[in-house]
Design a protein around this ligand. Structure first.
Ligand code: XMP
Length: 512
């Protein structure tokens, strides 16, 4: 498989660059600049290297640099923004601050050397996306300028012989209209990749790999029914069959019928060797009297591990613990000296009393959308692969205040009705997450001729790209009216329904 190295100098778009490369069916891997030497790049057999942008100026004493030998490895290099300036700097050129004429946003780019191979098929003038203060004021020996903007005398440069390219703009950002074409030219014409990176190829190669490396070993995986653990489970099952045991801890905080659906799908349809633990009582007992959100999360996380350990203890010896870790969880940032690895935003963590020799993380090189594509390749049902996110602590953080069986039952029904109405309206793909919350507020109502005093259900629906920020979804009034009428009619103990119209920030998606 052809590989491209994305060398990270602390830019905000480093993940995006890797994704754009993978969109072109080429595997890309991100590494911090200080984790790999030029000799190691050569030895690893990369077909090309991309230097990312970064917030620094090359002349700052603290700015990240890289040995100039990288330009003489015989491997093509493309520098983007800071990466372009760095190539100019280590190659012996000059950089200046643009000061007043710094460029941010959409800018007209003009190709000045149509023979430059990265501009094949690119219009002479087109829009690019710029975000820089410094620029290359003199290109190094052997380089030529290939593109300019009104304020940037070197928006693109290249050394044809050594196959080194630099662009001041950001081809990975969709606002650069010719960015995809430029990356395609670099990857296919300059690096000579074959484009063999697809979800299907990944699944086949991965299954073959684990068939060999996990042969005869006992593997244990915590299956939640979420996309990542599901895809990891099915993939490993195809490799090692019944040597994989999946433990599904039903903490009693799942949505309506969810536990049964997970069981039917994985045990029934895929024939997975699965142990379902109905631990609802245990969790409810531990949550009794607890109202503080962080404490709820902590208790659920700890109890989850404890249940998992109990079951694992009964299974006996295990060689390998498998996890559904995905790429964004493991990417290290190259910006600082200390590597920061994002911690799992999930229930779980590593169980401490289970002894195992190794960890298998079959999805650790994949982005979320790639995990989904692999899931489809493996035959996992569409609804499961495109399932909306559901927090590890489950409905416990959607029941405000103390969690009781009665409140969980009310919430489960209300939530199922709301989801049904969203689906009926055909809007389940237009809103990224939608659910009901059972608030701790009771209000007076009237039903028949009698006074009621019941709970207030809040409906929440958000639109978002990455869940870091989100806007509340403008659902049609008709849909909200139907959901409200059904919830107050069909859910005993609910006398009022409200719709949450707060974005994130200042609120979060979940109420707790
Ligand atoms: P917040 O509430 O932080 O949620 O705006 C952002 C996204 O993360 C989900 N979420 C969680 N997922 N374990 C998870 O696996 C958790 O503890 C957790 N808390 C929030 C939330 O549903 C939303 O999609």
């Amino acid at each position: 498989m052809d590989k491209i190295l994305v060398l990270d100098f602390g830019g905000q778009y480093n993940q995006l660059i890797a994704r754009r490369v993978r969109d072109q069916r080429v595997f890309a891997e991100i590494l911090p600049y200080n984790r790999i030497t030029p000799a190691q790049i050569l030895a690893a057999g990369y077909k090309g290297v991309i230097f990312t942008g970064g917030p620094n100026s090359v002349y700052d004493s603290s700015s990240p640099h890289y040995p100039p030998e990288v330009l003489d490895l015989g491997i093509p290099v493309l520098g983007i923004c800071y990466g372009c300036q760095l190539i100019a700097y280590i190659g012996g050129g000059e950089i200046k601050s643009a000061g007043e004429t710094s460029e941010y946003g959409k800018i007209d780019h003009r190709v000045t050397d149509p023979d430059c191979p990265i501009f094949k098929g690119v219009p002479e003038t087109d829009v690019c996306w710029m975000s820089h203060t410094d620029f290359v004021s003199r290109v190094p020996d052997g380089f030529k300028v290939a593109g300019v903007t009104d304020n940037c005398p070197c928006a693109a440069m290249f050394d044809r012989e050594r196959r080194i390219y630099g662009v001041q703009f950001h081809p990975e950002v969709t606002h650069t209209r010719f960015g995809e074409r430029l990356l395609h030219n670099f990857l296919y014409d300059i690096c000579g990749v074959s484009g063999d990176w697809t979800a299907g190829n990944f699944a086949d190669a991965s299954i073959a790999h684990y068939k060999k490396t996990l042969k005869g070993k006992k593997v244990l995986l915590a299956l939640s029914g979420g996309v990542d653990s599901s895809v990891a489970a099915v993939l490993l099952h195809k490799a090692i069959g019944d040597d994989l045991t999946c433990v599904f801890v039903d903490h009693g905080l799942l949505r309506k019928d969810e536990g049964d659906i997970v069981e039917r799908t994985f045990r029934g349809r895929f024939g997975l060797n699965m142990i379902r633990v109905n631990a609802g009582e245990r969790f409810l007992a531990r949550l009794k009297g607890v109202t503080e959100p962080e404490q709820k999360r902590k208790i659920i996380g700890e109890e989850f591990i404890r249940v998992f350990e109990d079951v694992a203890g009964q299974i006996g010896s295990v060689n390998v613990l498998a996890q559904g870790t995905i790429y964004p969880d493991v990417i290290e940032s190259g910006a600082g000296d200390a590597a920061t690895i994002k911690s799992h935003h999930n229930v779980g963590g590593l169980p401490s009393v289970i002894k195992f020799d190794e960890i298998a993380e079959p999805l650790r090189t994949l982005f979320k959308d790639e995990v989904r594509r692999v899931g489809i390749e493996l035959g996992i049902p569409y609804e499961l692969v495109w399932r909306q996110p559901f927090p590890g602590p489950g409905l416990a953080i959607r029941v405000i205040g103390e969690v009781t069986r009665e409140k969980l039952d009310i919430l489960r029904e209300a939530d199922a009705i709301f989801r049904e109405e969203v689906m009926k309206a055909g809007l389940e793909r237009d809103t990224n997450q939608y659910f009901a919350v059972l608030t701790d507020t009771r209000t007076v109502g009237v039903m028949g001729d009698a006074r009621t005093y019941g709970y207030t259900v809040a409906l929440r629906a958000v639109s978002t790209d990455d869940f870091m920020t989100a806007d509340w979804s403008r659902l049609p009034f008709e849909l909200l009216a139907n959901a409200s009428a059904r919830i107050t009619n069909e859910c005993r103990g609910v006398s009022r329904v409200v719709y949450d119209i707060t974005s994130k920030p200042p609120a979060t998606v979940e109420w707790e």
